[in-house]
Design a protein around this ligand. Structure first.
Ligand code: UD1
Length: 421
């Protein structure tokens, strides 16, 4: 297993190009299953999760090619297998996103249950209940979701909880259903909007994406289109936090400035000077140590759970005490134990972390436990004294494109130690 070795002590300075958003690319890749003619997706990030999605679709019969610009060409005109096997679903929970499209277009799907993961139990009951309400017959047996439906029927779906992939799965299913589907309490995340825009380009009739009520009028069929994936707001936020923690100055280019309000407010509160351009955000810490900031995660437009670990790292080195409340996932503090190994002063009480910042963190061997937790360990290692070895970085490769190269462009000293297998 590859490891990252990080020498602490250099501030991040410079410009960085932000990649396409993982959480938009994955549902958009799944949506190609709905199209009867070829389509092209651009600004796709080069990530392990994207490779896994492509493997998943390829074994169903979708013809996929990647050109020299990393655009994905997908032709789902002849799909022959409607299964998502355990081997792929267990490595990427977002595989569940094929359920809605397969059922809507082909009337059947067998998808392995994702099971638990490091950050909590993460059930998919809302995906299943919604599809049942649209007329699907679904059995959950021997670890598989087996779904059948001659033709899905539009209805009103009132989601008990805000779920991002749940909203996406049901929205994709509804595009080819008979009549109107209304999703109430829908997720408002920008990635849901990006998927909706792609589906609209494919011929779907969707209104209200980005609000808590999405209305979909089913159509007979969808065709391929060219679609450019939105920039990654979480990658943007991660680099900005890196600059804030190290007293540096970073300009995140090729990003969206309108999607990070909750994060930018907190960075300003931490003492950063933020400047916005048309498609860039610059954070200048002017050499200062950040001030501790309280964080409370909640669905968009509130503070994203996917930025919680990075702000835990920031608070661990900040001036003052911060309270971090995680309301989305039950077990998303796995990074705390690892940070404590480096001397961080963090107390956990249920879904709350009380973080007292300190200035003399020391490098230690640590282990990545999930995607965003691993990013937070890289960030904290940038500030710690000495050389930190982060193990199990396959988690980070699932969601961050060439993180060490990008960080090094900004002055970090990170090397990848390849495992000898
Ligand atoms: C997506 C994102 C992930 C992000 C999360 C929350 C992708 C590929 N992943 O994950 O990066 O951290 O949103 O913003 O877009 N829940 C249920 N039943 C369900 C579905 C969800 O109880 O059927 C619960 C979950 O356990 C969790 C909460 O709802 O507590 C929100 O989860 P959800 O929004 O579904 O997360 P994901 O879509 O898996």
């Amino acid at each position: 297993m590859d490891k990252l070795r990080i020498e602490g002590g250099t501030p991040l300075n410079g410009d960085i190009w932000i990649s396409g958003a993982k959480n938009a690319a994955l549902p958009i890749i799944a949506s190609t299953l709905l199209a009867e003619t070829p389509m092209t997706i651009s600004n796709v990030p080069h990530l392990q999760d994207v490779t896994t999605s492509m493997e998943l679709l390829a074994q169903m019969g979708v013809k996929l090619t990647v050109d020299d610009k990393m655009n994905i060409h997908a032709d789902a005109s002849s799909v022959s297998c409607f299964n998502a096997p355990y081997e792929l679903v267990k490595t990427m929970r977002a595989s569940i996103l094929v359920l809605g499209p397969l059922l809507a277009r082909f009337g059947e799907a067998t998808v392995s249950l994702p099971g638990g993961c490091a950050i909590g139990s993460r059930p998919v009951n809302l995906h299943i209940n919604g599809l049942r309400k649209m007329g699907a017959e679904i059995n959950v047996e021997s670890g598989f979701i087996q779904a059948k439906a001659k033709k899905l029927k539009g209805t009103v779906l009132n989601l008990d909880l805000v779920t991002v992939t749940g909203t996406e799965n049901l929205m994709m299913a509804a595009t080819l259903a008979e009549g109107q589907t209304v999703i109430e309490n829908a997720a408002r995340e920008p990635e849901v909007v990006d998927l909706a825009e792609c589906l609209i380009k494919m011929g779907a009739k969707i209104s209200g994406a980005g609000t808590s009520q999405i209305i979909i009028e089913g159509v007979e069929n969808l065709s391929g289109c060219d679609y450019k994936v939105m920039p990654d707001r979480i990658e943007t936020g991660t680099f900005l936090v890196g600059a804030a923690m190290t007293g540096g100055k970073v300009k995140a280019k090729n990003t969206r400035t309108d999607l990070l309000d909750a994060v930018l407010i907190k960075l300003k509160e931490a003492g950063a000077k933020i400047t916005l351009g048309e498609d860039w955000i610059e954070l200048d810490m002017q050499g200062k140590r950040p001030i501790a900031v309280d964080i409370h995660t909640a669905p968009y437009p509130a503070f994203p759970t996917d930025m919680q670990a990075q702000f835990t790292a920031l608070n661990a080195v900040a001036d003052g005490v911060a309270i971090i409340t995680e309301t989305i996932f039950e077990n998303r503090f796995m990074h705390v134990n690892e940070m404590q190994r480096m001397g961080a002063n963090i107390k956990l009480e249920g879904n709350t972390a009380i973080v007292k910042g300190c200035q003399n963190l020391k490098a230690a061997p640590v282990m990545a436990t999930d995607l965003r937790a691993s990013a937070s360990l890289v960030l904290i290692a940038l500030v710690a004294e000495g050389s930190t070895l982060v193990d199990r970085i396959y988690h980070i490769d699932r969601g961050y494109e060439r993180i060490e190269e990008k960080m090094n462009q900004l002055g970090a000293k990170i090397t990848r130690e390849r495992s000898r297998r």
